[in-house]
Design a protein around this ligand. Structure first.
Ligand code: SF4
Ligand code: SF4
Ligand code: SF4
Length: 275
């Protein structure tokens, strides 16, 4: 039986509620659950990874960005030093903490988080619509794997160097082929759509999110709901990703823990069935 770490940090059986004795409010703080620790990690990560992220979307000449950095002619891209560390970090963190990379470290996830504060469409999606849209990130991941292994990750753009950030980006657009323009246009539009529908790219189209979503199902740690749950839906209504702890798209951000009236949300440790 998987064990859980309740809000006090103590181990309990998965059937026990996560009661709290650490403060007077009756709702405890799980590991990294508070807003500020997450914001600090997001800010530090954004500082180190935002430029790499930007290059991957707007300057990387390869069909699948971020993974062929060792052969890339864009010498000023920070990915030449970072790619292996970041790639292995994402995979290891996925096996340990599911989609926590999305909730804590990814610069696009942080940007989507900011966009979600002003997103206009707050309505929950119908389960059937969500199920269909969720397939997008798995298809994107499968497409990326196919392009990388079967097509040997072709170059779709000519990265012209001028030394100037904006100028170089504009020249990449001018000299890229149609496939690159479509890929970059779709990714940019889906990220911007996050201003309307929270986390649209992260929930439905990101290939990295698709890979992490698969790893999440086998991850060792993550928030989940225990049997104290009365199915009130408060965590779901609070979550900007329109999900519940331990379910598809949950990034283990922990921000819903305090919304649960029966303290049914706790960090689960060990292999466990996940939705
Ligand atoms: S889904 Fe993709 S873009 Fe969104 S936070 Fe995760 S890795 Fe980043
Ligand atoms: S369900 Fe809770 S822990 Fe998971 S992403 Fe939503 S708010 Fe964060
Ligand atoms: S808020 Fe708590 S009781 Fe309500 S659905 Fe979520 S986990 Fe269950």
């Amino acid at each position: 039986m998987p064990s859980t770490i309740n809000n006090t940090g103590a181990n309990t059986s998965s059937d026990a509620g996560g009661s709290c004795s650490s403060c007077a409010c009756g709702k405890g703080q799980g590991i990294l659950q508070g807003l500020w620790p997450r914001r600090v990690i997001q800010a530090v990560s954004f500082y180190f990874l935002a430029e790499f992220s930007y290059y991957g979307i707007f300057r990387c000449p390869f069909a699948v960005p971020y993974v062929s950095c060792a052969n890339c002619p864009v010498v000023q891209c920070p990915g030449r030093k970072l790619w292996l560390v970041v790639l292995s970090g994402i995979l290891v963190s996925g096996l340990l903490f599911g989609r926590a990379f999305c909730g804590y470290a990814c610069p696009v996830g942080t940007l989507s988080d900011i966009f979600s504060q002003v997103a206009l469409v707050k309505r929950r999606m119908a389960p059937m619509v969500k199920r269909v849209l969720h397939m997008g990130k798995y298809l994107a991941a499968a497409g990326a794997v196919y392009v990388f292994f079967a097509m040997h990750n072709p170059r779709w753009a000519v990265p012209i160097r001028t030394g100037e950030f904006v100028n170089s980006t504009m020249l990449t657009f001018e000299h890229a082929n149609l496939f690159w323009l479509v890929r970059t246009g779709v990714v940019s539009a889906a990220i911007l759509l996050g201003l309307l529908i929270p986390y649209f790219f992260c929930r439905f189209l990101c290939p990295t999110g698709g890979v992490l979503e698969v790893l999440r199902r086998f991850s060792l740690f993550g928030y989940s709901m225990n049997s104290a749950c009365v199915d009130c839906g408060k965590c779901d209504r609070h979550c900007k990703l329109d999900t519940r702890p331990g379910e598809s798209n949950c990034t283990n951000c922990g921000s819903c823990v305090d919304t649960c009236p029966v303290d049914a949300i706790a960090i689960t440790r060990g292999l466990k069935p996940k939705n």
